[in-house]
Design a protein around this ligand. Structure first.
Ligand code: F6R
Length: 365
């Protein structure tokens, strides 16, 4: 059932503190207070390069993973949409690691990309939610997301648990390669253990986000989402969620791209969602918000108390989420963009769990 919620999507959004914790606990050793992956049938430390492949929301988890793996583990990551990868004749060096992210484990393009990579000498790792699926079976190894069945067509808890697995992989790979000092590892692992309780705090903003959705998003025809660094894939994910369930046209942009074109779209009718946790890129995003507001744009800012203080006077609305280590921010900032899309869709009266034209698993290309 829906556990007392109106829709599976709401149930699944609110399950996230639990399933994030379950997914993390499977890889967390509480006595050593460290993250350990299950044994893999290849040497992770020897991997020269990574290719990250998926579709839709899963691909956006992969894009966050690319940023993490390059920054903390120092390994080059090629990121690709499965539907492009499989028809592009990609060049791959023997012994690389190819990662396939999929909730269903049945997405046709992702599966075809996996078969291509196997033929081209890659170690294939699945990050999969459905343990009995074809991708889980055909991959050389699987790191499971323990989200449980996801019924709502719009992916929510699968996305955040995919991020948890990718964060753990990042820490484990950095340690295996000897490129992360103990202090950093302890800081990142500690930040991960706090995510379930912080996620529960984020969900306390549900009523506030619902009010923003009803006031500013229901009437909108177009919405922009902006972010930098790991908040950029979150901007893409926020826009995807809004499009698919509320049918409002939305686009995610890297905040630094605004002045290369999209700022021409800004007027008082286009809400702009800004994903801006306090991190080393915050001031750059803040100046993009200034440019948007100067052109009449209505900014809705998701940040923490410090960031909200900085942007409150500029923004139409600003929601202060808990302050967290920037490493884990993308996991937590997924929640408000899910809630924003959900409440907008509910207020518009669309079929939230079964949006038009969409299927839960895309098993044909
Ligand atoms: C968006 C959504 C889709 C899926 C995509 C991949 O909310 O659900 O974009 O993420 O179809 O599906 P899986 O993860 O099953 O391969």
């Amino acid at each position: 059932g829906k556990g007392g919620h109106r829709h599976f999507m709401a149930k699944e959004i609110f399950e996230q503190p639990q399933v994030i914790g379950d997914t993390l606990n499977a890889m967390f050793n509480p006595t050593r207070r460290s993250i350990t992956l299950p044994d893999l049938p290849f040497d992770l430390a020897a991997v020269p390069r990574i290719t990250m492949i998926a579709c839709g929301t899963a691909s956006l988890a992969g894009l966050v993973g690319k940023y993490w793996l390059e920054r903390f583990a120092g390994v080059a990551v090629d990121w690709d949409l499965a539907s492009e990868f499989r028809y592009r004749a990609p060049v791959m060096a023997e012994g690389g690691l190819a990662i396939f992210i999929s909730q269903s484990g049945e997405t046709a393009d992702t599966l075809a990309a996996l078969r291509y990579c196997k033929q081209h000498g890659q170690h294939c790792l699945g990050i999969v939610n459905a343990p009995e699926s074809t991708i889980a079976r055909e991959a050389d190894a699987v790191l499971p997301t323990l989200a449980g069945p996801e019924i709502g067509v719009a992916s929510t808890k699968a996305f955040t648990t995919q991020l948890v697995v990718l964060a753990c992989l990042t820490i484990a790979l950095a340690r295996a390669r000897g490129v992360m000092d103990r202090e950093t590892e302890a800081r990142l692992s500690g930040a991960m253990t706090e995510v379930p309780s912080r996620a529960a705090e984020v969900l306390n903003h549900d009523g506030r986000i619902r009010a923003i959705a009803e006031d500013a998003f229901v009437p909108a025809r177009d919405v922009l989402y902006l972010g930098r660094g790991t908040s950029y894939p979150l901007a893409l994910e926020g826009a995807l969620k809004l499009k698919e369930i509320s049918y409002i046209h939305a686009e995610g942009y890297a905040a630094g791209e605004m002045k290369h074109g999209p700022i021409a779209l800004i007027d008082e009718h286009v809400p702009v969602v800004v994903i801006a946790p306090s991190d080393p890129l915050f001031e750059k995003t803040a100046s993009n918000v200034q440019e948007v507001v100067a052109r009449g744009g209505k900014a809705v800012v998701f940040s923490d108390a410090e960031g909200v203080k900085r942007l409150r006077d500029l923004a139409l609305d600003a929601v202060a989420l808990p302050a967290v280590d920037p490493f884990v921010a993308p996991i937590l900032y997924a929640l408000p963009v899910q809630l924003l899309a959900y409440h907008t869709a509910v207020a518009k009266g669309t079929d939230v769990d079964q949006p038009r034209n969409l299927a839960k698993a895309v098993t044909v290309e």
